[in-house]
Structure formats: C-alpha cells, structure tokens
Design a binder for this molecule. Structure first.
Ligand code: IMP
Ligand code: MG
Length: 192
C-alpha cells in the first residue's frame, strides 16, 4: 500500500487473481437468468448485506427483469467470550415489511456460514412468502454451521480474498476482479 504515490494502483497489491473481471461479468448474466426464472411473476425483496455485497448487488439487479424492491442490512460480528467465536448481529435494520414477499438475501461470500444462517433465522420470523440466499463466492471447506446458498457465483479455495466488494480493513472493494493480496500485505483479518 503506497498511499503517498500518485501512481498507486490497488491492482498491484494483488498476488494472485482468483476470479477475473470477464469471468465475473459472464457469471452475472447467467446468475441473472437463474434468478429471473426462479422468480417469474413474483414480487421480490432483494436484501443486500452491506458493505461487502454492494458491488455484486448493484451489478446483479441490473440483470433482473422481475418485480422487485431493494433494501440493505449491515452486520457486525461481536466476539462471543464463552465460545471464543464471532457472533453476527444485525446493526442496521431493514425498512421493508417482508411479510408475504419473496425475499432474496445477497451477500458477498459464504465462509463459516454464521452470517447467513443468523440473518435467515431472523427474517423467517417476519413471515416472508419465501426466503432464499445468493452469494458471489462460496468457500465450501470453511463452514462451521450447516448452511448452503441457493444461488452461488463461484466456488473458491480457502484463501482470504479481496475485490469486487470484498475488503481487507475496508480497502480493495473497488477492484474489478477477486484476488489474494501479496503476502507482505496480509495479516490475520479482523472482520467486522
Ligand atoms: P461467514 O459468516 O463466516 O460465512 O462470513 C461471511 C462474511 O465474512 C462475509 O460477508 C465477509 O464480510 C467476511 N469474509 C469471509 N471470508 C472473506 C474473505 O476471504 N475476504 C473478505 N471478507 C471475507
Ligand atoms: Mg467484510
């Protein structure tokens, strides 16, 4: 990271590209088709988990030709002292009334599964007509709770990735591709 360098390009901090820009753009079109077919003639509430899903949701919903509303929630992960693990909590609530709507929750990445399993439990109590989840990335081997998403962009290996909405300490979200940071720029992430 060279923030005093006017020629700084965040792409130079990437060691290995995991999903390139063209692959993301091509997959968006396919995912859009899958979602359009799944929700034909329905009224959908797309709920983005921000900040991570911000870029993905912005691009994906422009592939949708269904009737839909959009809202966002924000999650914080608090350390649970007893179990020494992260406990997700919704800190910025949705404004939409989900009752009777087909809800599609969208996140950037499915890792331990705790975030999406917690959010779906809370939303179920709001009596939606249906509840599905969509993630851009799925690290299948890292689950600590049993959870699978209904729509998945890409399955990726267990590596900490940034770009296309995903951050390291709130940086690199603007990258058009998904990649792994150079080793000297990595340290154990404190996700929030
Ligand atoms: P889960 O609750 O462990 O499934 O994790 C979901 C959240 O962890 C995502 O919404 C991301 O904010 C964060 N996360 C997990 N893996 C990564 C990664 O490789 N890069 C950036 N953020 C990640
Ligand atoms: Mg994050």
């Amino acid at each position: 990271m060279q923030h005093d360098d006017p020629a700084y390009n965040p792409l130079e901090d990437i060691d290995q590209i995991i999903v390139d820009e063209a692959s993301i753009q091509a997959r968006l079109i396919e995912l859009g088709k899958e979602i359009n077919e799944a929700y034909e003639e329905r009224d959908v509430a797309v709920i983005a988990i921000i900040n991570g899903a911000i870029i993905f949701v912005a691009d994906l919903i422009r592939q949708l030709n269904i009737s839909m509303k959009l809202d966002c929630i924000r999650i914080a992960n608090y350390r649970d002292d007893d179990k020494s693990m992260q406990k997700p909590e919704i800190i910025d609530k949705i404004r939409l009334d989900l009752k009777g709507l087909d809800v599609l929750i969208i996140d950037d990445i499915l890792d331990s599964g705790r975030t999406l399993s917690h959010v779906t439990e809370i939303f179920k109590a709001m009596q939606p007509a249906s509840l599905k989840t969509c993630v851009l990335l799925d690290k299948k081997t890292t689950r600590s709770v049993d959870f699978e998403a209904d729509f998945v962009g890409f399955h990726i290996p267990d590596k900490f990735v940034v770009g296309y909405g995903l951050d390291f300490a709130e940086r690199y979200r603007q990258l058009p591709c998904i990649g792994v940071l150079r080793p000297e720029l990595q340290n154990p992430p404190e996700w929030s």
